[in-house]
Write a protein that binds this ligand. Structure first.
Ligand SMILES: *Cc1c(COP(=O)(O)O)cnc(C)c1O
Length: 453
């Protein structure tokens, strides 16, 4: 993993980034503070950004990119949105952190509870990882059981028990699993294929009395976008109930992005139908992050009040954080959620469809096999023919074609996620100019994808 297998041209395009990467590598392992930022899967030099405004990023060499990462989701309104900036400035002027409760965290919690109907209470934390870790501890405390079921290719942060067959960077680097996770912890995790109801039924038939929770991405986004197949979410709910296990829906990526109430809102809308009947029964716990922090480190877990009541100081399940509910981060998150109007969701759809349709037609014109999959306005491009239902399918794609496509886009000023196993993210600030810039880069990128090097 430490060698760079590809002869890549990009360092010369980015001398200031290359110099920073060299400096960073002296003091930070791999030069990055999160592995997905490194270009290990695509080769070349990660761009160090100097600034962001709306849909554009500017790197330290002064080159501009249309941003299709959007900080892996949070920047749903675009970079440095004036309303969010004003809220941050206002909050910061009153102090950064108190170590006591403050009003902004109450307002953010109220906003989340108002939006996602089954969430009666939330606790704010500092990252999606903390949210899933705490939700799992709470589910174990509530049920008195230890085993957790997760699905291959789903990523729930770098929690020991949830790293087995994880997506995101673990998928990008084809790691078997992480070193440093105790065998005892791995033994408490059952990994099943996503979208496989019989496998879930079999696992519960065998070990149902030991299973505290099933955790799933509401729609998988960390092996590329793989939505739940029809009936899968309902089966999760039915089987966990039957066996007295909790269902934890990880909406760290999809929450407040797929709809105002996340992927849950989309599924409710679909299940409700014209007469409002047959709504999907709600998960017991949810986890949120990314959009709800507006680019600041804040996240949350929440759900049924009777389960949340087990948390300290009310109950025996301990969970805490020096900076949890930070007033500045809470202000950024609240301003971002309040900015997510119906018009914003409409714009995300328009932008995402314009880009995805153009990607599909240019890849078709260049005879590059591809499949595009959706969860709300989140989409990803798999470089293969045929639908992707699970992690095995997702891994069966031409990552070399993606690498060539990625570098062509980058050199033309479009920054995609540097991995074939990630969702692409747009923002409501992606205006027609930004979209046109992306579309103009596609024909050459599609030809590059088609041309082995
Ligand atoms: C990003 C993500 C996490 C982890 O969140 P961090 O803030 O990076 O710790 C957890 N679950 C899902 C579904 C995610 O996409």
């Amino acid at each position: 993993m430490s060698s760079q297998p590809f002869a890549v041209q990009t360092t010369i395009d980015a001398p200031a980034s290359a110099a920073l990467l060299a400096r960073a590598s002296e003091v930070i392992p791999g030069g990055v503070n999160s592995p997905v930022r490194a270009f290990r899967a695509v080769g070349g030099t990660p761009r160090f950004m100097a600034s962001g405004a709306g849909p554009w990023l500017t790197d330290v060499d002064g080159k501009r990119y249309v941003d299709l990462i959007c900080s892996w989701g949070p920047m749903i309104l675009g970079h440095a949105h004036p309303d969010v900036l004003a809220a941050v400035n206002e909050a910061a002027a009153h102090g950064f952190s108190f170590g006591t409760p403050s009003e902004n965290e109450v307002r953010l919690a109220e906003e989340i509870v108002r939006r996602v109907e089954p969430v009666e209470q939330v606790r704010l934390v500092n990252s999606g990882t903390e949210a899933t870790m705490s939700a799992i501890r709470l589910a174990r405390g509530f049920t008195g059981r230890d085993v957790v079921v997760k699905f291959a290719g789903c990523y729930h942060g770098h929690v020991d028990a949830l790293l087995a067959s994880a997506g995101s960077g673990v998928a990008t680097f084809a790691l078997p699993d992480s070193a440093g996770v105790p065998a005892s912890s791995a033994r408490e995790t059952i990994v099943l294929p996503y979208n496989d109801v019989p496998a879930l039924e079999a696992a519960f038939a065998e070990r149902g009395h030991e299973i505290a929770a099933v955790i799933t991405e509401a729609a998988a986004g960390n092996m590329g976008v793989v939505p739940p197949a029809p009936g899968f979410s309902e089966a999760l709910r039915r089987i966990t109930r039957q066996h007295g296990a909790l269902l934890v829906s990880d909406e760290v990526m999809t929450g407040f992005r797929c709809s105002a109430s996340g992927f849950y809102g989309l599924e409710q809308g679909r299940a409700a139908g014209p007469d409002g009947a047959n709504a999907t029964a709600a998960p017991d716990l949810f986890t949120f992050g990314k959009v709800m922090g507006g680019g600041f480190p804040t996240a949350a877990f929440g759900g049924r009040a009777d389960v949340m009541a087990l948390l300290a100081p009310q109950g025996p399940v301990y969970q805490a954080g020096t900076l949890s509910g930070n007033p500045v981060a809470s202000a950024a998150g609240l301003a971002t959620l309040q900015g997510c109007t119906p018009a914003v969701y409409d714009r995300l759809d328009v932008v995402a469809h314009a880009i995805a349709e153009a990607v599909a037609s240019e890849l078709s014109a260049a005879s590059v096999p591809h499949t595009i999959q959706w969860a709300g306005s989140m989409f990803s491009v798999f470089f293969r023919d045929g639908a992707v239902a699970n992690y095995d399918d997702a891994k069966d794609q031409d990552t070399d074609a993606f690498r060539r496509f990625f570098h062509s886009m980058l050199s033309q000023g479009v920054h995609l996620p540097p991995s074939a196993f990630e969702s692409w993210f747009v923002s409501a600030s992606h205006d027609d100019e930004a979209v046109e810039h992306v579309l103009a880069a596609l024909p050459a990128a599609a030809r590059a994808a088609a041309t082995p090097d």
